[in-house]
Design a protein around this ligand. Structure first.
Ligand SMILES: [Zn+2]
Ligand SMILES: [Zn+2]
Length: 128
């Protein structure tokens, strides 16, 4: 299927927004940022473009329990996320803990791990 130039431009802007974000974004969170650059982008287009970038392998899905899927650039270095329990935003945390030793049975094969650190972001903490 041929893409119109406008679609291509909107998808590129979306990719830029994800490249410039130091936090995973839901479609609606990304939409807020895209509209600062292209005010006329519709939410439906956003969902389509996110799906397109996923299919192209440019985005990865990040799941937080009980929340809409978020996305970040594929291929980021190993990192974890901080989830603010007040505004529900997620933020990247660099690094990993080397102090935790999980007691995985010896016959199991480990493929990775997920750690979510949660609490209040700086903005929300300042409100309390
Ligand atoms: Zn917050
Ligand atoms: Zn880790």
């Amino acid at each position: 299927m041929e893409k119109s130039p406008r679609n291509t431009k909107q998808r590129r802007t979306l990719a830029q927004v994800f490249a410039g974000a130091d936090q995973p974004l839901s479609v609606e969170e990304a939409w807020v940022r895209v509209r600062r650059l292209q005010p006329r982008v519709a939410l439906g287009t956003m969902y389509r473009n996110v799906r397109g970038l996923l299919e192209q392998g440019e985005l990865a899905v990040v799941h937080f329990p009980g929340q809409a899927a978020r996305y970040e650039l594929e291929g980021k270095a190993h990192h974890h996320h901080f989830e603010c329990r007040s505004c529900n935003q997620a933020f990247d945390l660099s690094g990993c803990t080397d102090k935790v030793r999980f007691k995985v049975p010896r016959s199991f094969k480990v493929h990775g791990h997920e750690i979510i650190v949660y609490g209040l972001c700086a903005k929300c903490a300042a409100k309390r």
